[in-house]
Design a protein around this ligand. Structure first.
Ligand code: 13P
Ligand code: 13P
Ligand code: MG
Ligand code: MG
Length: 365
């Protein structure tokens, strides 16, 4: 049976004003290019944005890491960066770190989440896209969705979920990976993923190896070796029939957790779930936000999207995020609003510290 691949590839190619949102001309150009590729390289596509990040959603039968799919995404990003430059949009070409494509967009700046699967009789897929945060922001939610029985009642009452899931965690600093089996190793998993700036959940599988979730783990600053912009990750999750229900996948986003990546990639702030019409960063360039589009995948076609956070059920968390934002902003330049010193190494702070390097003296004994 032919397998379907869902590829979500994203980049910030320039935005207006400042880092707030993508321009409609860019969305149009990207959508047109993907439509031209439909029936040829890809089966179906959808283009959207979260804040200043351009999101390309594609379906095809070529598997993960396919050179032609990645080339298509890269070419679209380059063309859109050109449009951004013509309008002098802010940060035109921001996330495009290489000049020429060499087989895979990973390591060149864009974020990539992909999964290949045999379609079930009915295959609901949820695609999450975030702005002003880092890939580890998904850790909390993936744990709640696939390993917390207080969130996902299916883990307790549905025989097809009862055995648990396998999590693949990447150490983005040391470039190594490890797998944990839950519920047996839940506490060990938490020991790592509770440090989301370094340990990032890349995949979740059923115990029989069937894919359940896939995220982008690219850290822009680690690729560039300097601060460019924030990673602004994406995530794909399959739901129902052997996976958590759609509502179980969405429910943890009712909790307003603090994530890293707000203002200049240097601050913690509350992660606000919003409808696509509100996926524009404003207050202090944020707050960090997440959108979710729901599709039914049908023979590679994307039936949808449904704008999942465009719902009064999430008004409460949005209000809580505004309150938390006031509390965090009151810290001004102080931690824990500002990131810890080790994380600030990848921001513009070291350039300031350099100025004072020679002014420091030893404290007399
Ligand atoms: P239905 O009975 O509507 O299929 O819903 C089942 C389910 O999983 C709801 O969370
Ligand atoms: P982006 O990473 O979304 O481009 O934001 C950068 C920034 O500095 C926001 O304050
Ligand atoms: Mg930007
Ligand atoms: Mg962004």
């Amino acid at each position: 049976m032919v397998k379907t691949t869902v590829s979500v590839i994203k980049a910030d190619v320039g935005s207006f004003p400042g880092h707030s949102r993508t321009h409609p001309k860019i969305l149009e150009a990207a959508a047109r290019r993907l439509k031209e590729a439909e029936g040829n390289l890809i089966i179906d596509s959808y283009v959207t944005h979260c804040g200043d990040d351009l999101e390309l959603i594609m379906t095809h039968t070529r598997g993960e890491d396919d050179e032609e799919i990645h080339r298509l995404a890269w070419d679209i990003f380059m063309e859109c960066a050109g449009i951004a430059r013509e309008m002098k949009l802010y940060g035109a070409g921001q996330d495009l770190l290489g000049d020429s494509f060499s087989g895979n967009v990973k390591g060149m700046g864009p974020g990539v989440a992909e999964m290949e699967f045999e379609e079930r009789g009915s295959d609901p897929v949820l695609i999450f896209m975030a702005d002003k945060t880092e890939p580890g922001a998904w850790n909390y939610f993936l744990y709640k969705i696939f390993a917390d029985p207080f969130n996902t009642s299916g883990l307790v009452i549905d025989p097809s979920l009862h055995e648990g899931f396998i999590f693949e965690v990447h150490d983005v600093m040391e470039k190594r990976r490890i797998r944990f089996s839950t519920p047996e190793e839940s506490y060990s998993l938490l020991a790592y993923i509770g440090a989301p700036s370094r340990y990032v959940i890349k995949y979740v599988w059923k115990k029989n190896g069937i894919i359940a979730a896939s995220t982008s783990t690219q850290r822009l600053s680690l690729i560039a070796g300097r601060y460019v912009g924030k990673d602004d990750p994406v995530m794909i999750i399959r739901a129902q029939s052997g996976f958590p229900a759609v509502g179980e996948v969405l429910d943890p986003f009712r909790t307003p957790i603090l994530v890293a990546g707000w203002m200049r990639g240097s601050h913690h702030g509350p992660f606000m779930p919003v409808g696509v019409c509100d996926a524009n960063c404003t207050q202090f360039d944020g707050p960090p936000r997440v959108i979710c589009l729901g599709f039914q995948v049908c023979n590679g076609r994307l039936i949808g999207p449904a704008d999942m956070f465009d719902d009064p059920a999430f008004d409460g968390v949005r209000l809580q995020c505004c309150e938390l934002s006031n509390m965090m902003r009151a810290h001004g330049p102080f931690e824990p609003h500002r990131l810890s010193l080790s994380e600030m190494e990848y921001t513009t702070l070291p350039a300031v510290e350099k100025e004072f390097k020679d002014r420091w003296e030893d404290i007399p004994k």
